[in-house]
Design a binder for this molecule. Structure first.
Ligand code: NAG
Ligand code: NAG
Ligand code: NAG
Ligand code: NAG
Ligand code: NAG
Ligand code: NAG
Ligand code: NAG
Ligand code: NAG
Ligand code: NAG
Ligand code: NAG
Ligand code: NAG
Ligand code: NAG
Length: 508
C-alpha cells in the first residue's frame, strides 16, 4: 500500500472496502499471497476472462502459460519477481469490459487499449493503481462516469478517454493528480462544469474536452502555468468570456473554443506580438466588440477564425502585419467599413473569408493579387466595383471565389480560364454584364452560380470538348438577360444534376 494512502485513514478504509468487495482475488487465486508474480498472472487471466477476443489476439494469454511477461501486449518491470508494468492492446477488436481485478496489477504504469470495442464502465478500483502514469481507453464504447477514485493515481500523466460514451461530470479531484500533462476527454457525454482546479495543474500541456455537454465558464486559472500548450474546448455549451490569464499565457500555441456560447470581447493579448498562439478558432460563439489591433500584431498566428460571432467595427489595417497568417476567417459578423489594402501584405494567405458582413467600398486591387489564395469569400456585403481583367493570372491557385450578394458590375474576365483549380464560382445577385466566358473548359469546376445578374450571352464553345468540366454538378444562370439557343452538348456535362436557366430568353 502506498505511503500516501497509509497516512490517510479514510483513504485506507476505502481501499480495504474496495479490496474486499472485489471477488476475483478470493475466487481465482488461493495461493497468491506470497507470490506477487503469480498474483499478476491471475489478474491478467481475470482480465482475459472478461474480454472477448474474436480475432484471437490474446491466444498467448493461456492459463497453462507461466511466462506472462511474453504474453501479447504485456511488458514486465525488470524486478527479481516479474510484475506487469504495461498493457498495450491497441486496435485488437477486443470487446467486453474492464473488470475490477485489473487493479491487482499493482505495478502497472500504463494501460493502453485504444480502438477496441470495450464497453461498460471504468471500475472505480482503477484508483488503486497508484503507479499508473498513462491511461488510454480512447475509441471504445465505454459508458458510466469517470470514477473520482482516479485522484488516487497520483502518478497519472496522461488520461485519454476520447470517443466513448462517458457521462456525468469530470471529477473535481482529478486536479489532485498534479503530474497530469494530458487530459483528453473529447467526444463523450460529459456534463457539468470544468473543475476549476484543472486550470492550475502545474504540468498540464494538453486539455482536450471538445464535443461534450460541458457548461459554465472556462476556469479563471487556466493559463496560469507555463506548461499549457493546447486547449480545445470546442462544441460544448460554455458561457462567459476568455479568461485574461488564458489569453496572456506565454506557452499557449493552440486554442479552439469554437461552437460554445462564449461572450465578451476578443482579448487583445491573443493578437499581440508576445503571443505564441498559432491556431485560434473562436468561431460560432457570441463574442462582440472589435477585432483587437495594435502596432505590434502577432507574427505567430497562422489560422484565425472569428466567424459567426457579433464582432463589429472595421477590419484593422494592422492585420496586414500578421505575417504568418494562412487562414483569416471573419465571415458572419457585423464588420463594416472598407477592406484594408494591407491584407495583401500577408505573404502566404490562402483562405480569406469576409462574407456576410456589412463591408462597403471597392475591393482593393492588391487583394486580387495575393497569388497564394485558394479561397476568397466576399459574398453578401455591400461591395462595389469590377473584377480585374487579369484575375485568372493573379489568383492562379483560386479554388473558391464567392462574391454573391454585392453590387459588383462589369464583365466576367475570360482570364478565369487560366485559374485551372477553380471549383466554386458564386457570383449570384450582382450586376455583372456581357458574355459568360467558356468556363466549361475548367476541369475541376463543380459549382457555377451566376444567377440574378445582367449577363447577355453564354460562350458555350468548349462544351463539346473532351476536356470539359466533367465534375460540374450545378449550373445556375437564371434571372439574366441571356438569349440564343441552348446547345445539346450540355448533355456532355455528365455529372450535372442542377441546371437552372429560367427567366432568360433562351431557346432549345
Ligand atoms: C511465482 O509465480 C510465477 C508464475 O506466475 C512462477 O514462475 C514463479 O516460480 C513463482 N515463484 C515462486 C517463488 O513460487
Ligand atoms: C487454471 O489452471 C489450473 C490448474 O491447471 C486450474 O485449476 C484452474 O481451474 C485453471 N483456471 C482457469 C481460469 O482456467
Ligand atoms: C506516457 O505519457 C507521457 C506523456 O505523453 C509520455 O511522455 C510517456 O512516454 C508515456 N509513457 C508510456 C509508458 O507510454
Ligand atoms: C473526490 O471529491 C469528491 C467531492 O469533492 C468527494 O466526494 C470524493 O470522496 C473524492 N474522492 C476521492 C477518491 O478522493
Ligand atoms: C468515434 O466514434 C464514432 C462513433 O461514436 C465513430 O463513428 C468514429 O469513427 C470514431 N472516430 C474515430 C477517429 O475512431
Ligand atoms: C449529467 O450526466 C449524468 C450521467 O450521464 C446524468 O445522470 C445527469 O442527469 C446529467 N446532468 C445534467 C445536468 O444533464
Ligand atoms: C458536438 O457535440 C455533439 C455531442 O455533444 C455531437 O453530437 C456533435 O456531432 C458535435 N458536433 C461537432 C461539429 O463536432
Ligand atoms: C500578461 O503577461 C505579461 C508578462 O508575461 C504581464 O506583464 C501582463 O501584466 C499580463 N497581462 C495580463 C492582462 O494578465
Ligand atoms: C503586447 O506585447 C508587448 C511586447 O511583448 C507587451 O509589452 C504588451 O504588454 C503586450 N500587450 C498585451 C495586451 O498583452
Ligand atoms: C506594421 O508594422 C510596422 C513595423 O513592423 C509598423 O511600423 C506599422 O505601424 C504596422 N502597421 C500597422 C497598421 O499597425
Ligand atoms: C450596414 O452599413 C450601412 C451603411 O454603413 C448602414 O446603414 C446599415 O445600417 C448597416 N447594416 C447593418 C446590419 O449593420
Ligand atoms: C483537380 O482536383 C484534383 C483532386 O480533386 C487535384 O488532384 C488536381 O490537382 C486538381 N487540378 C487542378 C488543376 O487544381
Amino acid at each position: 500500500m502506498p505511503a500516501a494512502a497509509v497516512q490517510n485513514p479514510l483513504l485506507a478504509l476505502i481501499i480495504v472496502v474496495l479490496v474486499s468487495s472485489c471477488s476475483c482475488v478470493s475466487s481465482s487465486a488461493p495461493s497468491t499471497a506470497h507470490n506477487a508474480s503469480e498474483s499478476d498472472r491471475q489478474a491478467l487471466l481475470c482480465l482475459r476472462s472478461h474480454l472477448s477476443d474474436p480475432s484471437g489476439a490474446l491466444d498467448s494469454w493461456r492459463n497453462e502459460s507461466l511466462a506472462f511477461c511474453d504474453w501479447r501486449g504485456v511488458t514486465c518491470s525488470s524486478r527479481r519477481a516479474a510484475r506487469v508494468a504495461t498493457l498495450e492492446l491497441e486496435s485488437l477488436s477486443l470487446t467486453g469490459q474492464i473488470p475490477p481485478c485489473i487493479a491487482h496489477l499493482g505495478f502497472l504504469t500504463k494501460i493502453h487499449m485504444p480502438d477496441n470495442q470495450i464497453n461498460g464502465r471504468i471500475p472505480p478500483e482503477i484508483g488503486r493503481l497508484t503507479r499508473l502514469r498513462n491511461l488510454s481507453l480512447s475509441i471504445n464504447s465505454i459508458t458510466g462516469v469517470i470514477p473520482d477514485t482516479i485522484s488516487w493515481c497520483t502518478q497519472l500523466e496522461v488520461i485519454s478517454l476520447w470517443n466513448n460514451s462517458i457521462g456525468g461530470e469530470i471529477p473535481s479531484n482529478l486536479s489532485e493528480c498534479s503530474r497530469l500533462q494530458e487530459i483528453v476527454l473529447s467526444n463523450n457525454k460529459l456534463n457539468g462544469t470544468i473543475p476549476p482546479g484543472i486550470g492550475s495543474l502545474p504540468n498540464l500541456k494538453y486539455l482536450f474536452l471538445p464535443s461534450n455537454n460541458l457548461e459554465g465558464s472556462i476556469p479563471e486559472s487556466l493559463g496560469s502555468t507555463t506548461s499549457l500548450s493546447m486547449v480545445v474546448l470546442a462544441n460544448n455549451s460554455l458561457t462567459g468570456g476568455i479568461p485574461p490569464t488564458l489569453a496572456n499565457c506565454s506557452s499557449l500555441t493552440y486554442l479552439s473554443l469554437a461552437a460554445n456560447k462564449l461572450t465578451g470581447q476578443i482579448p487583445s493579448a491573443l493578437f499581440n506580438i508576445s503571443s505564441r498562439v498559432t491556431f485560434l478558432d473562436l468561431s460560432n460563439n457570441e463574442f462582440s466588440g472589435p477585432i483587437p489591433s495594435s502596432s505590434l500584431m502577432s507574427s505567430s498566428l497562422q489560422y484565425v477564425s472569428l466567424a459567426n460571432n457579433h464582432i463589429s467595427g472595421e477590419i484593422p489595417a494592422a492585420m496586414g502585419n500578421m505575417s504568418s497568417l494562412s487562414s483569416l476567417l471573419l465571415a458572419q459578423n457585423y464588420l463594416q467599413g472598407n477592406i484594408p489594402e494591407s491584407l495583401a501584405k500577408i505573404p502566404y494567405l490562402q483562405e480569406l473569408d469576409l462574407a456576410y458582413n456589412n463591408l462597403t467600398g471597392t475591393v482593393p486591387a492588391s487583394l486580387y493579387m495575393i497569388s497564394s489564395l485558394t479561397y476568397l469569400g466576399l459574398g453578401v456585403n455591400q461591395l462595389v466595383g469590377r473584377i480585374p481583367g487579369n484575375i485568372g493570372h493573379t489568383l492562379p491557385n483560386i479554388q473558391t471565389l464567392v462574391m454573391e450578394g454585392n453590387h459588383f458590375h462589369g464583365p466576367l474576365p475570360a482570364s478565369l480560364l487560366n485559374a485551372s483549380s477553380l471549383e466554386n464560382l458564386e457570383l449570384r445577385d450582382n450586376a455583372f454584364t456581357g458574355v459568360v466566358p467558356s468556363l466549361w473548359a475548367l476541369q475541376n469546376l463543380t459549382q457555377l452560380d451566376l444567377g440574378e445578374n445582367l449577363f447577355e450571352a453564354v460562350d458555350w464553345s468548349s462544351l463539346s470538348s473532351e476536356m470539359n468540366s466533367a465534375r460540374l454538378e450545378a449550373v445556375y444562370l437564371d434571372h439574366n438577360s441571356l438569349s440564343g439557343t441552348i446547345p445539346y452538348e450540355i448533355g456532355n456535362l455528365i455529372n450535372l444534376n442542377n441546371l437552372s436557366l429560367s427567366n432568360n430568353q433562351l431557346t432549345w
